[in-house]
Write a protein that binds this ligand. Sequence first.
Ligand code: ACO
Length: 328
Amino acid sequence: MKKPSAAITAVHSVVPQKILSNQDLEKMVDTSDEWIVSRTGIKERRIVDNGQTLSDMGSEIVIQICKKRGISPLEVDMVIVGTVTADHRFPSTSNIICDKSGATNAWGFDLSAACSGFIYTLVTGQQFIETEKYKKIIVIGGDVMSSIVSYKDRNTCIIFGDGAGGVLLEPNLEGLGVIDSILKADGSGRDLLIQKYGGSAYPITKENVEHPDAYVYQEGRSVFKFAVTNMADVSAEIMERNNLNGDQVDWLIPHQANLRIIDATANRMGLSKEKVMINIEKYGNTTSGTIPLCIWEWESKLKKGDNIILAAFGGGFTWGSVYLKWAY
Ligand code: ACO
C-alpha cells in the first residue's frame, strides 16, 4: 500500500493588535526610519499588549484551524510548538495550548530552533504523520520576542516583532505535502546570536537582571554573512536534489529576517520577485512565526500542486529548507 506524505490542509495566524512603528522606535533609541527600512525592509512590527501570551495566540490558531477544517479540537493528535519564548520554562506551551483550545486528546512539546523553529517543527510533524500512527498534527511557529528584547538596544529592538502561525498536517495519498527537507545546525555560532542569561548556565539573579546579556544579543554583521550564504546555499541544494529550476518553483517562503538576505536567496534560486512572499515590512522578524505568517497571508493565491520552497536561518546556528507541494 502507498505510504502517505504529510500535507498542509489548513493554516491560521494571529498577530497582536498593537503596532510599534519605526517612528515609535525613533523616540526610544538612537535610530531612524530611513536606517531601519534601508538595512532591513521593516516599517512596523506587532507587540503583545494586555498580557497576551504565546499560548493565547497558539490556542486561537488551533481553534480556527479546526473550524476551517470542520473538525473538533478533540480530534487533534499532537501540537508541536517551535519557539524560543515559551510562556514558561516549563510546562511546555504546547500543553497549555492544548488545554486552552480544548485539544485535550493531544500530546506535544515545544521545540527550540530560533528562526528555523517552524521548518524544524514542520519536518518533525511530518515524521509523525509518515509513521501512520498520527493523523492530525498542528505545528505552530511563534514568538513573543518583545519579552526578551531590550528596548534600549538599537541593534536588536528594531528587528523583532511578536506573532504566531500554524498549520494542520494530515496524511495525503496523492503525493502532495512535504517532499524533501534539509535541516542543518552549527552550535559553534552560538555566541553570535544568544540570550545568554536566564537558562541553567547563567540563571537570572538580582545582580544580572539588568545586564544586557539578560536580553537578546546579536552580532549582526557576522550573523548576516552566515545567513546570506547558508540560506541561499541550502535553497539551491534542495532545488538541485529535486531537479527543480527557477521556472518550476512557484513560491519561495523565506524566513523574514532581512530583505537583503531574502533577495540574495531568491537571486541564487533564479526566482523573480513575484514568486517570493515578503511581509517583513508589516511584522518584522517574528522568529518562528515568519513562515506560517506568510503562508496564511498568501493562502488564497496558492494552488493545488504548487511547488513551494521554505527557507530559514537562525540562532544556534540553525538553518534549512523544505520542499513541499501545496495540497488544496
Ligand atoms: N539605527 C541606526 N544605526 C544603527 C542601528 C540602528 N537601529 N543599529 C546599528 N546601527 C549602526 C551600527 O552601530 C553601525 O555603526 P558604525 O558603522 O558606526 O559601527 C552601523 O549602523 C552599521 O551596523 P551593522 O550592524 O554593520 O549594520 P548591518 O548593515 O549589518 O545591519 C542587521 C544590521 C540588520 C542586524 C543585519 O546585520 C542583519 O540582518 N543581520 C542578520 C540577521 C539575521 O538573519 N538573524 C538570524 C535570524 S534572527 C534569530 O534567529 C532569532
